[in-house]
Design a protein around this ligand. Structure first.
Ligand code: UD1
Length: 342
């Protein structure tokens, strides 16, 4: 019998790409989402890509303990990948309680249900934001975590600790992997799923594609006086399909008992720093479009430079990012055009 993976927040940007890769690897998947920050587009796209019209979807809220328990009672869940969370940095500064309540409560309920069913493999979707402004780049998993620059970031650090403590107390019954994502960008090569931000995008690549298509007038590049080669920030942009595949490696590692510790941490990045300006130039070049952009003041809370040392994920999990920034930016543009019906 196939193993079953519950994907909380499975209809969102990362969740939908992960669902596609899990199905391709032969797992049964249950998608659960409350559609608070996405619509049905990506879920329908997943069904089309995989041909799985029967893909189970549970419309529910993980902040509701009863609903969460009922879900674990309904399916034989071997692993859960927890994405269901709010993720807008600025909004979290304005509404911290909403972020702490939602992001912590939902994870507590998932862990309680996982523990109460006698154990489970739990993969938590963490972020490079837990490294704050690092003293040294690239960052390894041993790089000390720093206080995050937002309540959103704090919820990632707190959930990491909650999982670690739960694993420890469970004496091997609950196993955990923390994947720390760098900057996921792009879309599935089919252009049937991708990033679908509501309102004005906070993140760079959706802002670029929306400007290129004419939805936004002009991209602001936040800061050109950073101590970097071209004055703009450096990040580790990772292709969403590469990132999704890392989850399959991690889940399989847990299922096959290959973990070295009951709670492991992996950076999920490429190891390649790219500046904002380089990314904008690459987008224009590879897609043959002219982008309207200007320099603007720094955005509060941004770190100067962060990129991953992905050695541990490469050697221990056997996973490696394979796509170039150009391929990824092509896919992002194809998705934006698909949305516009072009
Ligand atoms: C942010 C969050 C990170 C979160 C991630 C989710 C922080 C500091 N950052 O990462 O925790 O996991 O989003 O995707 O908490 N930029 C522009 N113009 C724009 C938008 C962005 O110049 O319109 C620049 C930013 O200044 C930054 C780079 O592009 O240098 C990437 O920004 P963004 O895509 O928002 O990601 P991060 O801030 O790195």
């Amino acid at each position: 019998m196939n193993k079953t993976v519950l994907v909380s927040g499975g209809a969102g940007f990362i969740g939908s790409h992960v669902t596609v890769e899990l199905l391709a690897a032969g797992y049964d998947v249950v998608v659960a989402d409350n559609f608070s920050n996405c619509d049905r587009t990506c879920f329908e796209g997943v069904k089309k890509i995989t041909g799985r019209e029967d893909l189970p979807l549970e419309v529910m809220d993980f902040c509701d303990e009863k609903q969460t328990r009922a879900l674990f009672a309904k399916y034989p869940i071997d692993a859960v990948i927890h994405f269901a969370a709010y993720k807008a940095v600025g909004e979290s500064v304005a509404q911290p309680l909403m972020y702490y309540r939602n992001n912590l409560q939902s994870f507590l309920n998932v862990l309680q249900a996982a523990q109460d069913q006698g154990g489970c493999n739990v993969l938590f979707s963490s972020s490079a934001t837990v490294y704050g402004e690092p003293d040294k780049v690239p960052v390894t998993e041993e790089t000390p975590r720093k206080s995050a620059t937002s309540p959103y970031g704090n919820t990632k650090t707190m959930c990491e600790d909650i999982l670690r403590d739960t694993v420890k107390a469970s004496e091997g019954k609950v196993r955990g992997i923390l994947l720390r994502y760098f900057n996921p960008i792009g879309a599935h090569p089919s252009a049937l799923i991708g990033e679908l931000p509501r309102g004005v995008p906070n993140n760079l690549v959706p802002f670029i594609t929306q400007t290129a298509i004419g939805k936004r007038e002009c991209l602001s590049i936040f800061g050109n006086d950073y101590p970097t080669p071209d004055g703009t920030c450096l990040r580790d942009y990772i292709d969403i399909v590469d990132l999704a595949k890392a989850h399959v490696f991690a889940v399989t590692r847990m299922m096959e008992g290959k973990m070295k510790k009951d709670c492991e941490v992996f950076n999920v990045g490429t190891g390649r720093p790219v500046s904002v300006l380089e990314l904008v130039n690459a987008f224009e070049k590879v897609n043959g479009v002219k982008l309207n952009w200007k320099f603007a003041p720094r955005r509060p809370g941004d770190v100067t430079a962060i990129w991953a040392d992905p050695t541990l994920a490469n050697t221990e999990m056997g996973w490696k990012a394979t796509r170039t920034v150009e391929e990824t930016l092509k896919a992002a543009w194809a998705w934006e055009k698909h949305l516009a019906g072009k």
